[in-house]
Design a protein around this ligand. Sequence first.
Ligand code: C2E
Ligand code: MG
Ligand code: MG
Ligand code: MG
Length: 290
Amino acid sequence: TEAVRAGQKFYYYQDGADDAHLRKLQITARLQHAIEHGNFELFYQPQLSLLTGEIEGMEALIRWKDETLGSVFPDEFIPLAEESGLISDVTRWVVGRVREDCMALASTGKPIEISINLSAKDILDTEMLAMLTEAAVKDLPAGCSLAYEITETALVADAHAARENLLLLKNAGIHLSMDDFGTGFSSLSQLKMLPVSKLKIDKSFVMKLASDCDDQNIVEAILGLAKALKLSVVAEGVEDATAMSMLDNWGCQSIQGYHLARPMPVTEALVWLENYRQKEGEMDRDVSNG
Ligand code: C2E
Ligand code: MG
Ligand code: MG
Ligand code: MG
């Protein structure tokens, strides 16, 4: 154990364990501050339908740049928000911001679905569920709809309650997808029971698709499974043209990834969307002229 002096305070470190503990405490404290001040941003990443060539949706991804901690990524702070009970405030902020951004995103002329990531805790929280339902059905601009993404871990805590609650969302006409598919612990029988209409193949199986035979086999197997269960599939983490054409050949319905676009602030996402549609229009005209 070593005492380290920082300002007037002494911190006691044991191996690296306390380091990690200290960071967690700091993040949780600053998270509280960020929630109070709405100090987050939302980025949007386009999702392309390989069947129609249209941008069918965008995934909303939270970003947080703290004054003292700098940028903290969601993979680090979302689990801490869950542990500390702050996640419902984060989810409320995200849903509120998506509803504000919807107006602009729907203004480009074609229907678009914005997907929001939910945490396991959100699904088991009755009050939250009512808010999520209302947010997705009430007073959205024409052409814009909300969808929710859940992960398999959400189902581990209380599979029965999770299923009942997801059914309420589904029965309200809201689209649900299973995120990070292939990395969690849910059984195939659970998947069969769940009211989701889409699977998102986890990016860890997709990023190296062009060169990794095991990943190719896994992805083909997931596509087969999804077909049997009549679920549509989004492959996330598509980083190159080879992966995209493989997925297309195997009948994967949609893709998302750096090859298409990185997550962007809403103003950039709008410009990107307009450019994409303009190029697409030019290509259609080229095809019909020649
Ligand atoms: P996710 O929902 O699976 O989101 C996909 C992640 O993959 C995002 O990371 C995205 O930026 C990244 N990504 C997209 N395309 C590519 C690619 O081609 N290559 C690679 N290497 N990565 C790609 P991000 O934004 O850091 O988010 C990480 C995770 O944090 C998300 O995984 C989601 O589980 C969680 N998260 C993000 N925003 C929210 C939120 O608003 N609420 C909740 N509850 N969780 C969120
Ligand atoms: Mg997601
Ligand atoms: Mg994912
Ligand atoms: Mg993830």
